[in-house]
Design a protein around this ligand. Structure first.
Ligand code: RB5
Length: 152
């Protein structure tokens, strides 16, 4: 599995921690930044970069960190084909994969600590989509995108 990861300044430190976890787990990844520590940047820029690499098929999954995980989730979900889930605990993380086939995980560095974030990431990476009735529902989400003309 190939993962693309990004953050704004608020998520920078947590992003670096999560990269260590990806290395330990042997997961191939690309970091799209920010690379400038806590120098202020705009989270939609990094959300969009991660989102495009996932829907473009270059990367299987994306992880984006900002202060709350909310802004990057809102931004990433504007890209057609993205199903970004903001998870602050492992149950949502697991079900976001099993039921919603979430292809991007967003995390809030100001909401959860590093240990919780690492556990969420591990659970999210390990969980698979269950398909079946959930596939029908995910397909309905795609149909909303078609009707609403998202990112056109
Ligand atoms: C940056 O201050 C903050 O607004 C951002 O990291 C994020 O929490 C937005 O949703």
């Amino acid at each position: 599995m190939k993962v693309v990861i990004g953050s704004d300044h608020a998520g920078y430190d947590l992003k670096e921690e999560l990269k260590d976890v990806l290395k330990e787990e042997g997961v191939e990844f690309l970091d799209v930044g920010t690379i400038n520590g806590d120098d202020s940047v705009d989270y939609p820029d990094f959300a969009e970069m991660v989102a495009l690499k996932v829907v473009g098929g270059e990367y299987d999954r994306g992880v984006i960190v900002c202060g709350t995980g909310v802004g990057v989730a809102i931004a990433a979900n504007k890209v057609k084909g993205v199903r970004a889930a903001n998870c602050n605990e492992t149950v949502s993380a697991r079900f976001s994969r099993e039921h919603n086939d979430a292809n991007i995980l967003t995390l809030g560095s100001r909401i959860i600590g590093g240990a919780v974030a690492i556990e969420i990431l591990k659970v999210w990476l390990a969980a698979g989509f269950e398909g079946g009735r959930h596939a029908r529902r995910v397909e309905k989400i795609s149909m909303i995108e078609e009707r609403a003309g998202v990112s056109e």
